[in-house]
Design a protein around this ligand. Structure first.
Ligand SMILES: [Zn+2]
Length: 389
C-alpha cells in the first residue's frame, strides 16, 4: 500500500552517490564533480587513514585497558556499559569482559518496548560472562504517555523518550558510582555514515533535557514524575570535565566486521541477530522499519548500508538490491501497527491520524545553541576530536 509521503521543501533533482547509497532524500547532501557525496570523501580523506579498519591500535588499546583497570583499583567496577541488546553493545561487553578483563557496571533500560528476542540475547550474554545485569525499569504509564506526546508533535524522531532515558541513566551512574570510564559502542565499522540531520528535523540533541521537558510540558496529558532527565551541561561538561569521567569508543581500536561480530556472538552465546540495526525493540522497529519510510520517505537503511559499503563489507549493488525491498513485509507492518496501537492504548484509526499529520512546524525549547557553542569551544581547545562532522 502506498502512503502520501511528506515532501521536503528543498526538493531538488534526484541524485544518488556513485560510491555509497546515500541520496537526495538527505536534503543537505553535497556531491563533488564526480558524483561522490561528502560523507564518502570525508571517510576516505580523514576517517579511514586514522581508523585503518581497527588495525595498528594495539598499543593504544593496551594503554587504555591498563588505565581503566588502574582507575578501578579498590572499587567494585572500573567502567560503565549500557547494554541495549543490540549487536554493538553486546559485542563490546564480550570484548570488555572476556578479552580485556574489565569489570563493567552493566545496565539495561527496560522502557517497556523490549522484544523477547532481545531480552533473551541480553540474558544469554550476561549469564555466560557471569556479569550482574542491572535493569532500570521505566514507569510504563509515563513512557506510554511520552511516546504518545511525541506522536502528537508530528516530528520524525519519535524515539526521543527512550534515547534520552539511556543517556540520563548513564549520567546518573557516572555521577553515582565513581568510575572514570564509560564504554560507548559507537564504531566506524558499522556506523560511519551517520543518520543525516535532515532526517531528524526539529529534535534536540539526544542529551538535551530542555527539549524533552518542553515536549512533555506541551504534549503530555499526565504528570511525568519518575522519568530521569539530563542536560547538555551535565552530559557534555560536568561529567567529563568536572567529574573526569571519560566516554571512550574502544570498538574503533579493534579489527572486526559486522559479520564477524555476529558470528562470535552466535557461536559463543547463541546470540540471535535481529535482521536490521535497532530492531531490538518494538517501537524502534516500527518507527524505523515502517513509520519513517512511509511518512517521510527516508529509509534509515541507506545510512546503515552505506557504512558497510564504504568500509568494504558489502558492494554498492548488494546494498541497492536490499533497498529495493521494504524493511518489513506488508503483513509484518500490519501486525506491528496494531501491536503498537494496542500498547499505546489508542485505536488504529488514531495512530493512522498521526501518520497523516502535516510536517511539524512547532518550535520547541532546546539547548542546541549551547551544544553548538560547546562543540566550537572544545574543537578550538582540541579537547574533543569528533570522528564525523
Ligand atoms: Zn557517498
Amino acid at each position: 500500500m502506498n502512503y502520501p509521503v511528506i515532501k521536503s521543501k528543498n526538493l531538488r533533482p534526484y541524485q544518488i552517490c556513485n560510491c555509497c547509497v546515500m541520496d537526495t532524500t538527505d536534503e543537505d547532501i553535497v556531491f563533488d564533480s564526480k558524483g561522490v557525496c561528502m560523507r564518502c570523501n570525508e571517510y576516505k580523506e580523514r576517517i579511514e587513514p586514522e581508523w585503518n579498519y581497527g588495525k595498528g591500535h594495539e598499543k593504544e588499546l593496551q594503554e587504555l585497558i591498563s588505565a581503566i583497570k588502574k582507575s578501578g583499583e579498590g572499587k567494585q567496577y572500573d567502567c560503565i556499559l549500557g547494554l541495549s541488546g543490540g549487536l554493538d553493545s553486546a559485542y563490546m561487553l564480550h570484548l570488555a569482559v572476556k578479552e580485556w578483563g574489565l569489570r563493567p557496571f552493566v545496565f539495561h533500560i527496560d522502557t517497556g518496548w523490549n522484544l523477547l528476542v532481545a531480552e533473551e540475547n541480553i540474558r544469554k550474554v550476561t549469564k555466560k560472562l557471569g556479569v550482574k545485569l542491572h535493569i532500570e525499569k521505566m514507569n510504563w504509564d509515563e513512557m506510554r504517555e511520552m511516546q504518545l506526546a511525541w506522536f502528537r508533535t508530528g516530528l520524525e524522531m519519535l524515539d526521543a523518550p527512550q534515547d534520552h532515558a539511556f543517556i540520563s541513566v548513564i549520567d546518573k551512574y557516572a555521577q553515582k558510582l565513581g568510575v572514570k570510564y564509560i564504554l560507548n559502542g559507537y564504531n566506524v565499522c558499522t556506523e560511519v555514515v551517520a543518520d543525516p540531520a535532515s532526517w531528524e528535523k526539529g529534535a534536540g540533541p539526544t542529551g538535551d533535557g530542555t527539549y524533552i521537558k518542553d515536549v512533555v510540558k506541551k504534549h503530555c496529558n499526565i504528570p511525568i514524575k519518575d522519568y530521569t532527565y539530563t542536560s547538555g551541561l551535565k552530559h557534555k561538561f560536568a561529567i567529563p570535565y568536572l567529574k573526569g569521567v571519560k566516554t571512550i569508543k574502544p570498538l574503533n581500536l579493534v579489527e572486526f566486521t559486522k559479520e564477524s561480530m555476529i558470528k562470535t556472538l552466535a557461536d559463543e552465546y547463541g546470540y540471535v541477530p535481529y535482521g536490521q540495526k535497532h530492531f531490538e525493540d518494538l517501537i524502534t522497529k516500527f518507527l524505523e522499519g515502517w513509520w519513517q519510510p512511509t511518512r517521510f520517505g527516508h529509509d534509515i537503511r541507506r545510512a546503515q548500508l552505506s557504512s558497510l559499503v564504504v568500509t568494504g563489507q558489502m558492494t554498492r549493488d548488494e546494498a541497492l538490491k536490499i533497498l529495493e525491498q521494504p524493511s518489513l513485509s506488508e503483513e509484518e507492518s500490519k501486525e506491528l501497527f496494531s501491536e503498537v496501537a494496542k500498547r499505546l492504548e489508542i485505536s488504529e484509526k488514531e495512530l493512522m491520524k498521526f501518520h497523516g499529520m502535516p510536517e511539524c512546524t512547532e518550535k520547541f525549547k532546546s539547548q542546541e545553541k549551547f551544544y553548538n557553542l560547546g562543540i566550537k569551544v572544545y574543537e578550538k581547545l582540541g579537547i574533543e576530536k569528533r570522528i564525523r562532522k
